[in-house]
Design a protein around this ligand. Structure first.
Ligand code: PMP
Length: 459
């Protein structure tokens, strides 16, 4: 695309387009980068720059870009039946076939799925479903849902209320009532409590959940919701002790477990679901993103037998659903995506080969003076930036994370920043050579950030 065409699109973008999660004013001043094409693990901008997509879009393009099989699945389904709904006792083949495929991949006790258009809608569905379940069980007072500080469950009103992102809660009026949050198992982010073992810290976080249940009264608590590994919060891998201890707490009380698999599902942690990696038995699993490798929008909630049987046997009509619940073209693409992932052994490759290789190469970045911690699991990773002088966080005002992100983008790697935590979540089809390139470019971005900060701090 010519420079003038790029400029024209940027002007139109500035004039008419309000972007998600964006400071509209500063974007207007800087202008957008225009992504025009993509192939494999790379995106290509309007100036022809090839950029390694270390984030798989927004943690979703699991199979990578340019898969003709997915284009064909969409095209065939659009010809056959571009739209019909699943309301009023109707359905269509792609929705049924996708439901069956999902159930075959999910933990054994999960045999049903409710489709949505996105992860946020999946979590809206979760909230309504858990409260409905307890009402049907004759315990309508079980209303409270406990989430975690800095958890992310979407951007709809229910999604952001279940999430624990303080800046989101501060905008747009009161959150949905009956939702509260407990501390997150973020060892590095909580200041590495002096002298404490991370596993003791994990136990302490689980104890905070138990204390909250007792404070609210077990008879008033409907569910606990959490991501297996927190994604948007900063690729936070909990200490080993955390999930077993949380499981023990939940087993002790009559409370549903909702495991948000929107990021961790479909191979990200080297298993089909994060719940399998952590040996969890969720009652509900919201899913989206990797379900269709992001080629078309689709989400859903996998429902365990305990909840589904009650909804079915005792429920009557569930007054909930979306025009695009199980959209035929989206469902056809998702089905093909899962079939390809299975046939190509993508998940096993992440577990046995790519995950360990990334852990080794990414771990090497831990020796960089700017890095306080380098961690990864499967194909998700994070670097915690610290001031080399003190080993502690930089002054927030320096915006070290954003500087590093910008250097990274400029050198041809998408690496995202959450505060001063750099995160990656590349396509699951990335090669060893591309992982090498990712690590080299991340190191170059760290070097450039260090040089720039040294100049800034000595000025
Ligand atoms: N849950 C989690 C764990 C997520 O990471 C996200 C999106 N980043 C969502 C829910 C919301 O999904 P969507 O953006 O598709 O609504």
């Amino acid at each position: 695309m010519s420079a003038s065409k790029t400029g024209q699109l940027q002007r139109l973008d500035r004039a008419h387009h309000l972007h998600p999660f964006t400071d509209f004013k500063s974007l207007g001043e800087e202008g957008s980068r225009i992504i025009e094409r993509a192939e494999g693990a790379y995106i290509i901008d309007s100036e022809g720059n090839r950029i390694l997509d270390g984030m798989a879009g927004l943690w979703c393009v699991n199979l990578g870009y340019g898969r003709e099989e997915l284009v064909a699945a969409a095209t065939e389904q659009m010809h056959q039946l571009p739209y019909y709904n699943n309301f009023f006792k109707t359905t269509h083949p792609p929705a049924v076939q996708l439901a069956e495929k999902l159930v075959s991949l999910a933990p054994e006790h999960m045999n049903r799925v409710f489709f949505t258009g996105s992860g946020s809608e999946a979590n809206d569905t979760v909230l309504r479903m858990v409260r409905r379940y307890w009402a049907l069980k004759g315990k309508p007072e079980k209303q409270w849902v406990i989430g975690r500080e800095n958890g992310y469950h979407g951007s709809t009103v229910a999604g952001m209320s279940l999430g624990g992102m303080a800046p989101m809660h501060e905008q747009g009026g009161p959150c949905v009532p009956g939702i509260t949050h407990v501390r997150q198992p973020y060892w590095f982010g909580e200041g590495r409590p002096a002298g404490q073992d991370p596993n003791d810290f994990g136990i302490e976080c689980a104890a905070a959940l138990e204390a909250k249940i007792r404070e609210l009264g077990e008879e008033n608590v409907a569910a606990f919701i959490a991501e297996p590994v927190q994604g948007a919060g900063g690729a936070i891998i909990p200490p080993q002790s955390y999930w077993p201890a949380v499981k023990a707490v939940l087993d002790k009380y009559d409370i549903l477990l909702v495991v948000d698999e929107v990021i961790c599902g479909f191979g990200r942690l080297g298993e089909w679901f994060g719940s399998v990696h952590y040996d969890l038995t969720p009652d509900l699993m919201p899913i989206a993103k990797g379900l269709s490798s992001g080629y078309l929008p689709i989400g859903g909630v996998l429902v365990g037998d305990r909840v589904a049987d009650t909804l079915i046997e005792e429920g009557g009509e569930f007054f909930h659903g979306f025009t695009y619940s199980g959209h035929p073209a989206c469902a056809a693409v998702a089905l093909r995506n899962l079939e390809l992932m299975e046939a190509e052994g993508v998940v096993e490759r992440v577990r046995d080969d790519l995950g360990p290789y990334l852990a080794q190469r990414w771990g090497e970045l831990g020796d960089h003076p700017l890095v306080g911690e380098a961690r990864s699991l499967g194909l998700v990773g994070a670097l915690e930036l610290v001031d080399p002088e003190t080993g502690e966080r930089f002054d927030k005002a320096l915006g070290a994370g954003n500087l590093c992100r910008d250097h990274s983008f400029a050198s041809g790697l998408v690496m995202r920043s959450v505060g001063d935590t750099m995160i990656i979540s590349p396509p699951l089809v990335i090669s060893h050579e591309e992982i090498d390139e990712l690590v080299d470019k991340a190191r170059a971005a760290l070097d450039a950030t260090q040089r720039q900060l040294a100049v800034t701090t000595t000025d």
